[in-house]
Design a protein around this ligand. Sequence first.
Ligand code: AMP
Length: 481
Amino acid sequence: MSFSDLGLAPELLQAIADQGYTEPTPVQAKAIPPILLGQDVMAAAQTGTGKTASFTLPMLQRLKEFANNSVSPARHQVRALILTPTRELAAQVQESVKIYGKHIALRSAVVYGGINIDPQIKELRAGVEILVATPGRLLDHLQQKTVILSQVQFLVLDEADRMLDMGFLPDIKRILAVLPAQRQSVMFSATYSDDIRGLAKQLLKNPVNIEVARRNSAVETVTHLVYHVESSAKRDLLTHLIRSRDMRQALVFCNTKIGANRLAYKLVKDGVAAAAIHSDRTQGERTQALAEFKEGRTQILVATDVAARGLDIEQLPFVINFDLPGAPEDYVHRIGRTGRAGLTGEAIALMADDEREKLGAIEKLLKIKLPIAEAEDFKRTPALRGEAGRREGREGRRPDGRRDQSRQSESRHREDHRSRSGRNSPARSVAQPADPLFDRPYNPPPSSKPSDSANSAPRQQDPKKQVAALFLPPVAEKQDS
Ligand code: AMP
């Protein structure tokens, strides 16, 4: 999908192109069309998802009819109000308004506390169409009658949950009381609480509900770790991590369907119960694969982004990015599968040298640096492959008989890599096995058909059962590559 598919005006498309954005983020794709149509929207989206543009762009388009270059303040009345919890966010949002609105003659101003009010008064007197404000300072202006909000027809509550956390509810209510009832309102919140629902009910009329990521902040409950590793060693490192960390359940992301198929197939060859899901599999097959994963019959689910959308797996402890995603937003979406409902989770990424740029984009989006562990000391050894590796995996024990405690700390984990390498023969390159799954069409095993399962014998409960990666020839639904 491109921005022009969303029905945005040429001036906005130009500003977007100037920014170098090539396609809308998920929240933009979902929020822009209904906002352009004048509908109220309740969006669950956190910072880093592109949420600011998702309300700013359609807001600018809806206010375009008021664009003018007159010097008369009467021609520049406040038509849109954006409330934010903090000064930083207010300033950032106004910056976005200026960037996206640079080809449209609408004026904007930002008002927040902690600084001299006089320059703000001067700016408001000159007239602005778009006002970004923190609640407290806006109330000061209302009290001093230095702002008139009777012409507001577009209201945004950005980071509404944070505003409530900061005790702004009474201020917000006071502000709402002076706004015209006839208006369009949109609300953004990273989390849903009863208070947020209550506020939304009061504020929004028949809202379109949008959710793009998980409800609780991904960054807070998820521990990130990036392994720097050669592309060719990724799979062996993955198998090693699955075993040494005793991962009973992990969702592994690949960027392509073929990559997902191949990885699942090879994991199975390594003795790991794995299956692949992607958009070439029918809904029934995906549901089945997911059910087996949830039951623990499949240990590792290898997925593409499209197939993983909407997956709701409770208490998933690990999400592994076998490939770093092309769009940094997809990282947030992927890791949103773990650390849900306040539980902690781990997001592990395997990064090859040529993926450094992708990591940079992810860090920029998350506004954090992700810890990097060098995996260069990890070598492909026979112990990680074939029978020896399989035996170790089943028993969850190290060759010396002790339980692997490497999850306790990264340094111990890395020592474990070394001691393994030391114990075993030196690294050798292993020829890739032929992959018959790619040479013949997919034949679903009888047990993978939902209609069969009701009549079949009781399922084997062995969590380490080998599950073949499923492969289908491409069908119409070409969503992931
Ligand atoms: P936000 O969630 O609004 O704080 O935006 C996070 C970052 O994503 C900002 O640095 C934006 O400039 C950037 N951004 C917003 N929309 C897009 C897009 N469609 N493509 C690439 N980057 C974007």
